[in-house]
Design a protein around this ligand. Structure first.
Ligand SMILES: [Zn+2]
Length: 654
């Protein structure tokens, strides 16, 4: 019998199997030495992503924040490293749990933060998640509407997470059992710890995005389970408690212009409409609002109107009470509003809105208005969307039906809502193209077109209302005032939508007044014409409405009138009014904010801050309408000090 052939000796030159073994050995050596590095990859990728998203802001952080950022980076390394370590084990059931958690957390944390930053120029933090719980239906509605963009933001973290898991299992070898046992204890500990370890999440966000995310989710869980509170962002409108006003003599109003009955006043209020998408004065060609444009051709434009915040609830309080958003919660809930004044004077009044009163419980604030007619979204459509409200067409139909039931002189507000995000459009009536609902930064102009199509669609309802008023028997005695509660940002300074800043893209609103011959005295008309280019604020609207109702100088209302900071713009503005300093903020006693932002304006100078700024910024909104040229402390005189004192907490901390 032949002896068995000798197997080829390993390591002999020229033997292909030997070469392969050598390669495998060196790979194994490399893996032993450097395999652990794969555990650091997740945190490294997160850091690179963070610097790609907001490197400029990280470099601009005051030095004292670097320690906090470094601590967050270490926390991130430990968290992802330990989780990946556990997920790449060869044995034990926990490795499956760890693997699932690793991919899930990577997808949720980074997908959310990348999406959030692309829309709001800041990371989702604890304040925003708690704020979100009070408007959760809106949050889900908006995510549904922006589905494709959400998917493109969460897909990369999902794929990278899965790839890292695969790589760790291939390249990392668990050798020491003692180390393995230690890790088995540490991994669950860090899993819990990330949700409770404090971090810098508010102003400068001196933490990595994943750490801010876990902190937010942990805080939210605490809030939901009833531990700990975060009251400042949960501030919402409550029930009003206005004083009982003295009964006024209605005859006073009727005789104001020597006409009987006196003039009717209608405020047409819309939602999120920017001044630059409206046609303020009549023009032969108005692409965004052709029907409004044609219905009130003799309107007097107001080209420099600003809202005092960019939040609907705050602006309703400002427009109706004449108080600033910086007034106390108590003041904002106890001040009489225009309907109270009208009621005291025996003036019939109505409030018709397509807005949803369940939105963060705003119903409470309006439930006791002394109006003879009032409707909200669910009166018009029981299944109205919480953000869009009922279809504005239904609002016009209802208001047309009821306005003829009002006793003259009357005061009415018709409040439209379909231009709120996610914007109601009709593909059949969408002249602005290309138009896309996506919030992808690369599609900003298509998204702006989508918004303009919503403005165009709403114009059909507002135009129909205006035509009806102009054709009604009371038309010649009726003054119509038009404005929007606030404007809307399209990433001019990074952020989208409203409530994020008091920059002009969020507060420069359209305004006009339609006053037929005989409704204004010569002096009033001349003052109004002067106001066309004057810097006006929504705080000027309540005094103007009172003036139009004939109640401005009523002695018994003097104490309330004195608390209003604005001036009627159907009277000449005094020097005092022009030099007045006004507070602008989305963090008010009637509505809390997810991200703090504040400002003040005096004339055309604006001091503005968001919580993550290193300090206040100063702009001249007339000389620099895009607010690109920060004039610094010297450019705004004492305004920065004024703002610091008013708000008590300058941007970037003390
Ligand atoms: Zn609004």
């Amino acid at each position: 019998m032949l002896p068995p052939a000798n197997p080829p000796a390993p390591g002999r030159p020229g033997n292909p199997t030997a070469a392969r073994v050598r390669t495998l050995r060196s790979v194994a050596r490399f893996r032993r030495k450097y395999g652990f590095l794969v555990l650091l990859l997740p945190a490294f990728i997160i850091l690179v992503t963070d610097f790609a998203i907001r490197g400029d802001r990280i470099f601009a952080m005051p030095g004292r924040y670097y320690g906090s950022y470094l601590a967050a980076a270490v926390e991130s390394c430990l968290f992802w490293g330990l989780l990946l370590f556990s997920a790449s084990r060869r044995r034990g059931a926990f490795r499956y749990v760890a693997a699932g958690l690793f991919v899930l957390f990577a997808t949720c944390a980074m997908g959310t933060q990348i999406y959030f930053h692309s829309s709001y120029a800041t990371y989702l933090n604890l304040d925003a998640t708690i704020f979100g719980t009070s408007v959760s239906q809106s949050v889900f509605g908006q995510l549904r509407a922006d589905g494709e963009n959400v998917l493109t933001k969460i897909a990369p973290p999902l794929l990278i997470g899965a790839a890292l898991l695969f790589a760790a299992r291939r390249s990392f070898r668990h050798r020491s059992h003692r180390l393995g046992a230690g890790m088995r204890v540490l991994a669950p500990a860090i899993l819990v710890a990330v949700f409770v370890i404090p971090c810098s999440y508010r102003k400068v966000q001196a933490s990595t995005p994943d750490v801010i995310y876990f902190h937010a989710i942990g805080g939210l869980a605490k809030q939901v389970l009833g531990f700990g509170t975060n009251d400042s962002v949960q501030v919402r409108p409550g029930v009003r408690s206005p004083p009982s006003l003295p009964a006024l003599d209605p005859a006073q109003m009727s005789t104001k212009l020597g006409t009987t009955p006196g003039r009717n006043v209608i405020l047409v209020l819309t939602e999120s409409v920017r001044y630059d998408v409206a046609c303020l004065a009549y023009t032969p060609d108005c692409p965004t609002m052709p029907e409004t444009n044609a219905a009130v051709p003799d309107r007097i434009p107001l080209s420099q109107v600003r809202s005092n915040s960019s939040t609907t609830a705050i602006q309703l309080a400002v427009l109706w009470s004449g108080l600033e958003p910086t007034a106390s919660r108590e003041a904002l809930h106890s001040a009489p509003v225009l309907f109270d004044y009208a009621h005291a004077a025996g003036i019939d009044s109505a409030y018709w809105t397509s807005h949803h009163m369940m939105f963060a419980n705003s119903r409470l604030w309006v439930q006791d208005l002394p109006t003879s007619h009032r409707v909200g979204a669910t009166d018009l459509d029981p299944v109205a969307d919480i953000d869009l409200g009922a279809n504005d067409r239904y609002l016009t139909e209802r208001a047309k039906k009821e306005i003829v039931e009002l006793k003259e002189p009357f005061f009415a507000i018709v409040h439209y809502g379909n231009t709120h995000v996610p914007y109601m459009v009709d593909p059949e009536h969408s002249p602005f193209q290309p138009s896309e609902e996506s919030k992808d930064p690369g599609k900003n102009e298509a998204y702006r077109n989508y918004y303009k199509n919503a403005v165009f669609l709403q114009d059909k309802s507002i135009g129909e209302m205006l035509r009806f008023i102009k054709g009604a028997p009371f038309a010649e005695r009726t003054v119509i005032v038009y404005t929007s509660d606030h404007a809307e940002a399209f990433r001019e300074h990074g952020q989208l939508g409203h409530t994020g800043a008091v920059l002009d893209e969020e507060i420069h609103v359209p305004g006009w007044v339609d006053a037929p011959e005989g409704t204004l005295s010569d002096a009033e008309r001349s003052a109004l014409e002067q106001s066309q280019t004057e810097l006006l604020f929504h705080t000027d609207f309540a005094p103007t409405m009172l003036d139009l109702m004939g109640l401005h100088d009523e002695p018994s209302l003097a104490p309330y009138r004195a608390r209003m900071v604005g001036s009627s713009f159907v009277r000449p503005f005094g020097e005092e009014r022009k030099k007045m300093t006004l507070g602008l903020t989305n963090c008010s006693g009637i509505w809390g904010c997810a991200y703090k932002n504040w400002g003040v304006m005096r004339g055309s100078l604006k001091v503005e801050g968001r919580e993550w700024y290193a300090g206040w910024r100063c702009f001249d909104v007339l000389a620099d309408p895009q607010e690109q040229n920060d004039l610094g402390a010297a450019g705004c005189g004492d305004l920065m000090d004024y703002a610091g004192k008013l708000y008590g907490e300058p941007p970037g901390g003390r």
